[in-house]
Ligand binder design. Structure first.
Ligand code: DX5
Ligand code: ZN
Length: 222
């Protein structure tokens, strides 16, 4: 499965609704929402009211990437606001298993996120419970950064862990620096969900960018 998830972090915030409609019509599969609190990462973005106002504008699933400390405090509100997938950073949360369990109990897909320096082995126990793993290929906090190529090794390690634990059904999401020139290579490693912010919304033609990314991701489907 190969899915394109435009990150609205790089969209025009004064025209968020239109930007979402554009990528939806171009065949985007998921809308990726970067939630930053200025504490877990050195940036502040959007919160629950914005997610609520965007919800009626599209039928696409909302994928909330929580870059916030104590995500457990806000997850119920993000679920109420209409998020269909929620991921959080385990080092921002004391009881990760409890939070994953709660997210799933609400009928929402649960994911955990690995920063560039977070080893795959931190997933050894939680892997039995999650629906997806979000692998950061840049340091979280900002759009428009350069893809860290060593992330490809990490994806291979993650695939190995998935096989060892019998969780080959887990979806792998990648986030950071994904563009037309590297998406095929990343896709060939077995990644399923491709977050792309600047390479879509800063492109001259965002709809065409979505179509190109999708076609390149699919071209290596095994
Ligand atoms: C970074 C965010 C990303 C970001 C990706 O902290 O998690 O989702 O928007 O932006 P690009 O695709 O521009 O690297
Ligand atoms: Zn993100």
């Amino acid at each position: 499965m190969k899915l394109i998830a435009p990150s609205i972090l790089s969209a025009d915030f004064a025209r968020l609704g239109e930007e979402i409609k554009t990528v939806e019509q171009a065949g985007a599969d998921i809308i990726h929402l970067d939630i930053m609190d200025g504490r877990y990462v050195p940036n502040i973005t959007i919160g629950i009211p914005v997610v609520e106002s965007l919800r009626p504008l599209t039928n696409l699933p909302f994928d909330a990437h929580l870059m916030i400390v104590e995500p457990e405090k806000y997850v119920p509100d993000f679920i109420k606001a209409g998020c269909n997938m929620i991921s959080f950073h385990m080092d921002a949360c004391i009881h990760s298993h409890r939070l994953v369990d709660y997210i799933k109990s609400q009928g929402v897909k649960a994911g955990v996120v690995l920063n560039p320096a977070t080893p795959v082995n931190t997933l050894e126990e939680i892997i039995y419970f999650v629906d997806y793993v979000l692998v950061m290929s840049v340091n979280p906090g900002f759009g428009g950064q350069k893809f860290i190529p060593e992330t490809l090794h990490k994806i291979r390690k993650l695939k190995r862990l998935m096989e060892e634990t019998g969780r080959t059904d887990i979806l792998i999401e990648i986030d950071g620096g994904i563009k037309e020139s590297n998406i095929s290579q990343v896709s060939a490693e077995g990644v399923n969900i491709f977050v792309a912010g600047s390479s879509i919304f800063k492109a001259e033609d965002p709809a065409q960018a979505v179509r190109n990314l999708k076609q390149k991701a699919i071209s290596v489907e095994v």
